[in-house]
Design a protein around this ligand. Sequence first.
Ligand code: GDP
Ligand code: GDP
Length: 435
Amino acid sequence: MGRIVAIIGRPNVGKSTLFNRITETRDAIVDEVAGVTRDRHYGKGEWCGKEFTLIDTGGFSFGSDDVFEDEIRNQVTIAMEEADILLFVVDVTMGITDLDEAVADLARRARKPVFLVVNKVDNNERIHEAAVFYGLGLGELYCISSINGSGTGELLDDLTKLIPDEVEQADDEGIPKIAVVGRPNVGKSSFVNALLGKERNIVTPIAGTTRDTIHTRYQAFGHDFYLVDTAGLRKKGKVHDDIEFYSVMRTVKAIENCDICILMLDAKDGIESQDINILWLALKNHRGVVIVVNKWDTVEKDTHSTKKFTEHILDKIAPFKDVPIIFTSVTEKQRLLKAIETAMMVYENRKRTIQTRHLNDVLLPIILDNPPPATKGKYLKVKYITQLKLGYPSFVFFCNLPQYFKDPYRRFLENQLRKHFNFHGVPLAIYFRQK
Ligand code: GDP
Ligand code: GDP
């Protein structure tokens, strides 16, 4: 079981409101990536220490008042194939509509857990009205009000029971899993084909069946890794290629299934908000990142071009700046191996563990010299630091008053970690806990 949760249902039942309720508080607290746009329809949720990726399918429909049933059907079908858990939202004030029936028909056939969420149950009387939805044949009802938040706790309690624990499973033979992600047409599939050779491009789609993300094993030039299949790899024979929603689902899923993301950009376009959204999701999922600026052959260059381009990107993705940027041309076969080698290096950085003793010897004197600012007349004190045993670098700072440690100081500590240990390309998780 993975961690991708999709919200499905017809328009106006409250999908976006629910999406915002589940993701917003958390995003507001931890969203340090400045360029992330508000109009993205995927976000991170967290409940009782479990993290998941939430997708609002409704966000992808145009002119939501007269969406065609076909379009909804398509989205629900894709969500059912690609997500791990479905939240099917209905509206208590409207009863069961034809479109609800249509979605329920599909949902009943999903071989995935479906939570039937009756929304707009803002008061107790409406709980009685909710009972009609048992008629959809999807089992238990979750009566909630996305507007006032009632009932969402119970829903999240049961939802997160299905989400795996944070500790990552022993990963396949320790072989890095690399996903090439990015907007359409930046050159992802050309890149993969150039690496794998043309014959490996022949992928047989199994019509009408649920497939899991495919990892292609690649061994050459002393490297051994998996490439994670994304939309670009399955161009042929797929019906939903042109749907933005499908491409986003595949991206989310690829990020979920990899250790390292190669985020590919088109040199002609620079870095755009969609790219930053993908980067944001990779970082939130604690994945390593390499930024690859492809089609470098199409740009007129002088001696400062790479430097200027690099600065521009780093500026846009601040404050996360500790990331390698490689300039490639797939058509001219420039630096393709370098991109892979860099991904392998980031993989090693992501696995790095620092001995507790060493960590404290290095950081405690720095903290003594640069103590956290006193807050509300209280002195803040870090006592010691340990690294958690997770699949990605995560550090706990034990201190007297964790609630008073704010973002700027967190960033200071992160920078110190980066300065003294090599975490190039890797997001760091930093927690404060009481001791
Ligand atoms: P979507 O099209 O399914 O994403 O629906 P929206 O989230 O845009 O919500 C549609 C309308 O229902 C908006 O006017 C919301 O304010 C309203 N709405 C959403 N959740 C609730 C709720 O729990 N109670 C009430 N009374 N209204 C809600
Ligand atoms: P994807 O949608 O990200 O998988 O992109 P494709 O691999 O399908 O590439 C889109 C287009 O860009 C194709 O016409 C490629 O031939 C072209 N392309 C890919 N890489 C390069 C490159 O490095 N330079 C140039 N000039 N074109 C490229």
